[in-house]
Write a protein that binds this ligand. Structure first.
Ligand code: OGA
Ligand code: MN
Length: 678
């Protein structure tokens, strides 16, 4: 009990209608049963209360008056009076007592603290703590469970939207021609594919404000309906319609927060109006006296989150993540608030590049609400985005055990079988049934993309083509033949390009003039034991050995690699549309005899892919749509790899080329700067 300092003004926590002396008792929240109608079993408890209500109300008044006349310290109330009061309290419930206190014009917040003191065994932790020392103690369960480990955040270059696309999944790929009005799902995509260090990196901010994508955004919250605050006391009054129920934020407000709802609503309103500094102060003030208030914590976290977005600050984002995390460990968080909070936390962790942590958050939520199928689906996607495909597979399989026709689970499971297990036979029926279900989330280019690919790999070409046509008609692909998923829709698309069509003649000439130097450097890495060539790992090959050495990716030079091939990088450094091409790479590609690369499409139509022949024996060839060509030493071939292409090497010795991606020449400077990296 201790000091009597009021932390909320008397009127602050009253429902509006009660502030100006309107009848309160008639609206005490315990009068819902119609006279004469038989009680349902659920109602009978409340009905019994009503029968004895007048007697108890008198008792209640007496209890109050006797207590309050000697001050709220209650020191003179005998233990037996206290225990009688507690009995009344437990019989009538928290709401009723509050109403009574208001009726008596007692300070509700003080009353509440007092009663918490008497009944603390039933109450949320910290709710009755006035003494700062106990506050600290009570607040301790809210210590951050912030054992976040930094994921590597590395995102593979995506050749075909497959292995890298486990990170892309559930993002949408339609981009407008201007690149300035991308859909929100694309905005989300920013978060998924940016690397850790640049989440809020000002240096990375786009130039044109109109093309800025929100750094963070709200996530949709689905509720399972009927979820209410779970406090045991609330259960006591559940069948009864109380003012509490008609309170707009009832479903996210526990009993303690209900008492201080006015303060919380005021702070929320500051937040909604974007007065962030004030909102933060207000939440902090509430937290100082109510360290266990779920709403104050979530409000503070939301405020920090908004500040992070505004200031593009990772530090603030991490503070907000920390706040959200704390809330998960609170006792007595209403279900709706728990779901909203944990979902938002998972979203922000994902955005920050902490995919595994994000999946952990979703797992926590699923464990808490095991019957919520929507959460299970989200968990599966989180695992996919964290690269934990085995876990994702388990989650989606489990959903399907219970709900055999869940289209969402089917397409995702099929996706995993195709992209990480390389098992088209299992993937096909799942992807097909999932797409046919037409369930939300199933009509995504990725599922059409990989179903078609699986069909092609099974030799079912006609079916694949039909599906691609269908995807194109749905607007998921630019055309059946051009199936990239990250597109600027107005760009000229043609499978093969001439040098003149690109306008990049001088750059092409610069590299062709120096092709032998480039070849020497490429070969030196191939021959060296310490060479950094890496096997193609995007599940594109049917057979053979195919390796690459990447010098630039996403418009960034790889300095360590470049140190080994300095002349080549020195040349590329002079070629702005290639070295700045954030939707492409520059790499040596070495292909051994016996390779067959499955038909595939690159991820974006924003680049023109140029191959400079360096070592070209007889035998290798590349098909882009319906025209097959080969390489020549010292010469470029240029194509748009968003169109379907396929490669064979039927020769007798290795083939080496330098692959240089140039920005599509029709992209404006602004677009080049603002498009998200791939
Ligand atoms: C490509 C591709 C294979 C090769 O550049 O998109 O598939 O020949 N190339 O290296
Ligand atoms: Mn390719």
């Amino acid at each position: 009990m201790g000091s009597k300092k009021k932390h909320t003004p008397k009127s602050a926590d009253k429902p509006k209608g009660q502030q100006n002396g309107q009848s309160r008792h008639s609206d005490n929240g315990l009068k819902t049963e119609k006279k004469g109608s038989p009680p349902t079993s659920a109602q009978s408890k409340g009905q019994q209360r009503d029968k004895s209500s007048s007697c108890s109300k008198i008792w209640l008044l007496v209890a109050f008056l006797s207590v309050m006349t000697v001050g709220i310290a209650v020191v003179v109330v005998s233990p037996s009076a206290q225990s009688a009061f507690v009995t009344t309290y437990k019989t009538y419930g928290h709401e009723y007592m509050l109403q009574a206190a208001e009726y008596l014009s007692l300070d509700v917040s003080e009353f509440d603290k007092w009663i918490m003191g008497l009944t603390s065994g039933d109450q949320p932790q910290g709710a009755n703590s006035e003494d700062p020392s106990t506050q600290t103690q009570k607040a301790s369960p809210t210590e951050p469970r912030h054992d976040v480990q930094k994921d590597d955040g590395q995102i593979k270059n995506v050749e075909n939207g497959s292995s890298g696309s486990t990170q892309h999944i559930q993002t949408k790929s339609v981009e407008t021609s201007s690149g300035t009005q991308q859909e929100s799902s694309v905005q989300k995509d920013v978060g998924i594919r940016q690397s850790n260090s640049e989440r809020h990196d000002k240096a990375n901010s786009v130039v044109d404000a109109s093309s800025e994508k929100p750094i963070v955004q709200d996530i949709k919250v689905t509720t399972s309906g009927g979820d209410k605050a779970t406090d045991s006391l609330e259960k006591d009054v559940k069948p009864l319609k109380t003012p509490r129920d008609s309170y707009a934020k009832s479903s996210i407000t526990n009993n303690d927060d209900y008492i201080i709802r006015k303060s919380l609503d005021d702070a929320d309103s500051l937040l909604e109006r974007g007065v962030l500094d004030e909102a933060l102060k207000k939440y902090d003030t509430i937290i100082a006296t109510h360290p266990a208030s779920p709403r104050a914590h979530s409000g503070k976290a939301d405020t920090l989150d908004k500040m992070a977005e505004k200031q593009r600050s990772n530090e603030l984002l991490e503070q907000s993540i920390n706040m959200y995390s704390q809330l998960l460990n609170f006792a007595h968080v209403p279900d709706d608030l728990m779901k909203t909070t944990a979902r938002r936390l998972a979203d922000r962790q994902q955005f920050r590049g902490w995919g595994q942590q994000s999946a952990k958050t979703m797992k926590f939520l699923v464990d808490r609400f095991p019957d919520d199928i929507a959460l299970q689906r989200e968990l599966g996607v989180s695992y996919l985005m964290a690269g934990q495909n085995a876990e994702a597979k388990q989650v989606f399989s489990k959903i399907l055990e219970r709900y055999q026709t869940d289209g969402f689970a089917m397409v995702h499971l099929g996706f995993i079988y195709q992209t990480s297990d390389n098992d088209p036979a299992t993937a096909i029926p799942l992807l097909q049934a999932g797409i046919e279900s037409d369930a939300p989330g199933t009509q995504d280019g990725r599922f059409y993309f990989h179903l078609g690919s699986a069909l092609q790999r099974q030799g079912r070409m006609a079916e694949a083509h039909k599906l691609y046509e269908r995807g194109a008609n749905k607007g998921l692909f630019l055309s059946a033949d051009q199936r990239s998923l990250y597109n600027v829709n107005t760009l000229t698309g043609r499978p093969w390009w001439t040098v003149e069509q690109t306008g990049y003649q001088r750059y092409i000439k610069l590299l062709e003039d120096n092709w032998q130097v480039i070849r020497e450097e490429g070969l030196s890495q191939l021959n060296s034991e310490t060479g950094d060539f890496r096997p193609e790992d995007e599940n594109l090959r049917e057979t053979g050995e195919w390796k690459q050495l990447t010098l630039y990716a996403q418009g960034r030079k790889r300095s360590k690699i470049c140190a080994k091939v300095p002349k080549t990088c020195g040349l590329i450094d002079q070629i702005e549309p290639a070295n700045s091409c954030r939707r492409g790479q520059v790499k040596f590609s070495v292909m051994h005899p016996g390779v067959h690369v499955w038909p595939h499409c690159g991820p974006t139509n924003c680049r023109i892919r140029a191959h400079l022949g360096l070592v070209v024996p007889e035998g290798p060839r590349i098909r882009v749509i319906n025209e097959t060509r080969t390489w020549q030493e010292g010469k470029f071939i240029l194509f748009d790899d968003s169109f379907e292409h396929e490669v064979w090497h039927d020769g007798k010795s290795v083939r080496m080329v330098l692959i240089v991606d140039f920005w599509h020449p029709e992209l404006t400077e602004l677009q080049r700067q603002s498009l998200t990296p791939i």
